[in-house]
Design a protein around this ligand. Structure first.
Ligand SMILES: Nc1ncnc2c1ncn2[C@@H]1O[C@H](COP(=O)(O)OP(=O)(O)OP(=O)(O)O)[C@@H](O)[C@H]1O
Length: 193
């Protein structure tokens, strides 16, 4: 149930894709400090739900009310291949105009040594760190992360979860689609087929 502290409210949400109802009647709220995992079998509509929450795709029914800025990171971090990491973050910092500095983002996410490497040359774990740095640059209270742990080794998973936990501790919240267990206290929304 939504409260005054809700960052996001979802009411009676339904999603129909390709003539098929993926889900209907989805209802939840997200408050500061919440980590909400969305889980369920392949193809049930988890990524579709996250895209609706991000405002990238329309719902078929119901409502999403975001009361704060959101930052979305898709299943495959979309980075311009020929841009350097620094240039990529600089581009997004200009769009977000949040006042957060690229140099801080590079330092926080361990990207200093990669700053002038083209994004096409990054490893999977490094790409995911850049994607998270981009979320941080947006200064968004709510992060929407699609499969952020895929392909990460233990150190990469620990670093990513530490960044998410720091975000929660600073009054943020995160909704995470994941097939892998989140190594932190969280609520779970299971989409059933
Ligand atoms: N625009 C679209 N048109 C037609 N079908 C679509 C569209 N978008 C998604 N789908 C279908 O909706 C279903 C749900 O896709 P989605 O990516 O949301 O599932 P998911 O739960 O995230 O799956 P996975 O766990 O495999 O990543 C799939 O069958 C997919 O093919």
């Amino acid at each position: 149930m939504a409260t005054d502290a809700s960052l996001l409210e979802v009411e009676a949400l339904g999603c129909r894709r390709g003539g098929v109802w993926l889900f209907a009647g989805v209802q939840f709220a997200v408050a500061a400090g919440d980590l909400l995992e969305i889980s369920g079998p392949n193809g049930v509509g988890k990524s579709s739900l996250l895209r609706i929450l991000a405002g990238i795709a329309p719902p078929s029914q119901g409502q999403v009310r975001a009361h704060v800025r959101t930052a979305y990171s898709g299943h495959e971090p979309a980075l311009k291949p020929r841009r350097s990491v620094h240039a990529e973050l600089d581009y997004w910092a200009g769009l977000y105009a949040s006042g957060r500095a690229v140099t801080d983002a590079l330092q926080r996410f361990g990207l200093d040594d990669l700053a002038f490497l083209e994004c096409r040359l990054l490893s999977n774990g490094q790409r995911r760190r850049v994607a998270l740095a981009r979320c941080w640059l947006a200064d968004a209270r709510l992060w929407l992360l699609d499969e952020p742990l895929v392909g990460l080794d233990t150190a990469g998973r620990d670093a990513l979860m530490a960044a998410v936990m720091a975000h929660l501790a600073a009054g943020g919240a995160a909704v995470v689609v994941s097939h892998q267990p989140l190594d932190a206290p969280h609520r779970r929304l299971v989409l059933a087929a």
